[in-house]
Design a protein around this ligand. Structure first.
Ligand SMILES: Nc1nc2c(ncn2[C@@H]2O[C@H](COP(=O)(O)OP(=O)(O)OP(=O)(O)O)[C@@H](O)[C@H]2O)c(=O)[nH]1
Ligand SMILES: [Mg+2]
Length: 382
């Protein structure tokens, strides 16, 4: 039997109810758990519908508040780690699944896919999805880039969606994650990075299952909404610098299928709302911190104080900038955060203008080749 966990903060209660019902109705699921960030309106709504849900599906549906476990911002990491502990301490289920509570394309097949991969012996199952050409910009530009630079010879840079929150772990994997102090400390958006890293470092068998209909969920507007996530995901990668990862993990990726137009034609963010971020809120110290970067990057960024410029932040400039960030970035320093954020915004707009505009196929191929090029270069140590 499996436990299905939904971490949630404030979401549409109707969507959460639908997703909890899908999980509770699945034959492989013996218990469902919702882990709330705080006692706000969504939490109250789940409290109000959960006994009816349990009665009609015959599956217990529990609701708890997340514990304070880590030392970073109390966020999704505390929520997911609370779910892992509940799984080990309160249930005798063999497997735990995690799904985001805000998914509007969730269905029983998501659970079935993960269960059947686990039945075939995999320790970890990760769902991956087709993403529109301007989605997943933290995944590509931060996490996959960072994994390629730091651990080029491992499976890490080959994980399709290392920030994915749709996962299955067997019980021994959950035990290892709860025993891993780095993972338990990562209470913020860095949790997905840590789960991915720790499971690959532990040499487990990881299967990535493809969900062709994609993950439709609550969307962001401009790139500002992603700022906290960006900063926390970068810091998580940087904190792992120096870790040794062997090549013991096995990793299989399910074949993909034709991508629906709703994804190939989707625009991921508001370009106009994003452009002006390049010129806003500069401080003298931020300008000074750019002194760490190659001249072309420094001058290109400084020019944004008067007019938006971004084409200089191409693949090569990003590689060099990322190396500098890994070495020089100071976590928790607001000026460094602003420098990181603005560099990333410029890189994403540069990619949008030169690659995403050429279409879905082109941009997906480009991003995959970019990461692979970084990986090969890091492997050669150049
Ligand atoms: N328990 C808990 N859940 C959280 C917290 N923050 C976010 N969540 C939930 O975590 C899930 C993912 O958060 P989202 O805001 O949807 O993240 P996202 O931008 O969709 O991330 P991607 O799916 O990678 O694009 C949702 O179910 C959120 O409600 C938190 O602090 N605690
Ligand atoms: Mg979401």
């Amino acid at each position: 039997m499996s436990l299905v966990v939904f971490p949630f903060r404030t979401e549409d209660p109707k969507v959460v109810e639908f997703n909890l019902r899908v999980a509770a109705s699945h034959p492989a699921v013996g218990r469902v758990l919702a882990v709330g960030a705080e006692e706000e309106s969504t939490y109250q709504a789940v409290e109000a519908f959960r006994s009816e849900l349990a009665a009609t599906t015959g599956t217990p549906v529990d609701l708890i508040l997340q514990d304070r476990i880590g030392s970073k911002r109390p966020g999704k990491g505390d929520g997911m780690n609370t779910g892992l502990r509940y799984f080990l301490n309160e249930t005798d289920a063999e497997r735990i699944h995690f799904y985001d509570a805000d998914i509007t394309s969730f269905g029983p097949d998501w659970i079935t896919r993960a269960e059947s991969a686990a039945d075939r012996g995999h320790d970890v199952v990760r769902h991956f999805f087709p993403r529109s050409s301007t989605d997943a910009m933290i995944t590509w530009m931060i996490t996959r880039t960072g994994f390629a630079l730091l651990w080029p010879h491992t499976e890490l840079p080959r994980i399709e969606q290392p920030l994915g929150g749709e996962l299955l772990f067997t019980r021994p994997v959950a035990e290892a994650l709860v025993a891993d102090a780095r993972v338990q400390d990562q209470s913020d958006w860095g949790i997905d990075t840590l789960y991915t890293f720790s499971t690959i470092q532990a040499g487990l068998s990881v299967y990535e299952t493809y969900v062709p209909q994609g993950k439709q969920h609550a969307m962001y507007g401009g790139l500002t909404d992603l700022r906290t996530m960006l900063v926390e995901c970068f810091s998580a990668i940087q904190s792992l610098t120096g870790e040794v990862v062997g090549v013991g993990a096995t990793h299989q990726i399910e074949a993909t299928a034709a991508v629906p137009a709703s994804i190939t034609e989707k625009i991921g963010y508001n370009l106009e709302a994003t452009l002006h971020l390049l010129g806003e809120d500069w401080t003298a110290r931020q300008a000074e911190l750019l002194g760490h970067f190659p001249t072309g990057v420094k001058e290109g960024m400084l020019a944004n104080r008067s007019t938006p410029t971004f084409l200089f932040l191409d693949e090569e400039a990003w590689f060099l900038s990322f190396r500098t960030l890994l070495e020089a970035y100071v976590p928790g320093d607001p000026d460094w955060e602003a420098v990181l954020f603005r560099l990333w915004v410029a890189r994403v707009i540069s990619y949008t203008a030169t690659r995403a505009l050429r279409g879905y196929e082109h941009s997906q191929r480009y991003l995959a080749e970019m990461v692979d090029g970084y990986r090969r270069r890091a492997e050669l140590g150049s």
